[in-house]
Design a protein around this ligand. Structure first.
Ligand SMILES: NC(=O)c1ccc[n+]([C@@H]2O[C@H](COP(=O)([O-])OP(=O)(O)OC[C@H]3O[C@@H](n4cnc5c(N)ncnc54)[C@H](OP(=O)(O)O)[C@@H]3O)[C@@H](O)[C@H]2O)c1
Length: 310
């Protein structure tokens, strides 16, 4: 069963091959969502200070009754924390928020502050300084593994060029219709495990007919196909859900996509417009009024949608 499969990071730490994403699940709702996920057998949860739900994630893990070493918890150093001190304090704050005595993985959320995301300024020296704080947290036993997120090849090279301990993970946007194959290959060649965030494209793939036709061939849903696609690329997907049925479904991925269909999925028309989510920075969002209104509409709709995990 996929929930029991693990991969091994460069420092020997094992990480479950499938994780639970928690972006846009608020601190109150994340408690029942993580509790249900753990009940179903998930053993890997992804959070971040930016999600404002570290407290709830930590509480659900602590209250689960599971031995701490059986649950893999990831958090991140804020994208805007670009000094050694800010990164060190950020890790300590995540430990306080979660109430855990260590985190399994801490990632640098982005090579640039969000306002500079996708721009040309690379924050090279700042990221080396931030990385030093992660290395110190690792040496102090506050975290068991360290990594990056949203880092392009040049950003990864910058860290590798000045580090004592190499990053073990890079968490990047990767889904059918938007898979950074070169970046993935480059990381994997250097022993860096790649995690796929937004494996369902934040829900934008749900209505994709081309993907739905392939899913039908395997008698699975589009999210299941999306998760399986990432797994077969050697990625660790982090599908987000607060719905118990979706949580169960996303973990039932013990089928194999044929080589022919993997090629077909690699060739799916690139997803360039994330619909209601297009205003979000990671999907190329621009801070114009139209995009922000679309984002507000989407957020309102998802708040009005009932979540059965409550
Ligand atoms: N490092 C970064 O910069 C970064 C950026 C983005 C995301 N992430 C991480 O990656 C995680 C996943 O990405 P994401 O949250 O953007 O999006 P995602 O996992 O691609 O998609 C989540 C959306 O798909 C829906 N969904 C999931 N499974 C479903 C199913 N079986 N059937 C129907 N709908 C389903 C969810 O709704 P329901 O809740 O109703 O199921 C939600 O609307 C995040 O939560 C976060 O932990 C990291």
């Amino acid at each position: 069963m996929m929930l029991q499969e693990t991969a091994t990071l460069a420092n020997g730490v094992t990480i479950p091959r499938l994780g639970l994403g928690t972006w846009f699940i608020d601190d109150k709702d994340v408690v029942p969502a993580v509790r249900e996920a753990l009940r179903l057998g998930y053993r890997h949860v992804d959070t971040a200070p930016a999600y404002r739900n570290e407290r709830g994630v930590g509480r659900a893990v602590r209250d689960s009754g599971l031995p701490r070493e059986e649950v893999f918890v990831t958090s991140k150093v804020d994208a805007g924390a670009k000094t050694h001190g800010a990164a060190r304090d950020g890790i300590d704050a995540s430990l306080r928020q979660t109430g855990l005595d260590h985190l399994d993985l801490v990632l640098v959320h982005s090579p640039t502050p969000w306002r500079a995301f996708g721009g040309t300024e690379r924050y090279l020296e700042e990221n080396q300084e931030v990385w030093r704080a992660l290395e110190e947290a690792l040496a102090a036993g506050k975290v068991r593994a360290t990594g990056l997120s949203n880092f392009e090849v040049a950003d990864v090279d910058n860290i590798l060029g000045g580090c004592s301990v190499a990053p073990m993970v890079n968490q990047v946007l990767a889904h059918i219709g938007n898979t950074p194959h070169e970046l993935i290959r480059s990381c994997q060649d250097r022993g860096i495990l790649v995690e796929a965030y937004s494996p369902v494209a934040h829900d934008e793939l749900l209505g994709n007919q081309q993907v739905a036709r392939v899913a039908e061939r395997y008698a699975v849903s589009v999210p299941q196909l999306c998760v399986r696609y990432c797994l077969q690329l050697g990625l660790v997907p982090l599908p987000k859900s607060a719905d118990p049925d979706h949580l169960r479904e996303n973990a039932e991925v013990d089928f194999t996509i044929s080589d022919e269909d993997m090629d077909l999925l690699r060739g799916v028309e690139p997803l360039t417009d994330y619909g209601d989510h297009r205003a979000l920075t990671i999907y190329g969002g621009h801070r114009d009024v139209r995009s922000l209104l679309a984002l507000a509409r989407g957020a309102l709709r998802s708040r009005l949608r009932p979540t059965r995990a409550r």
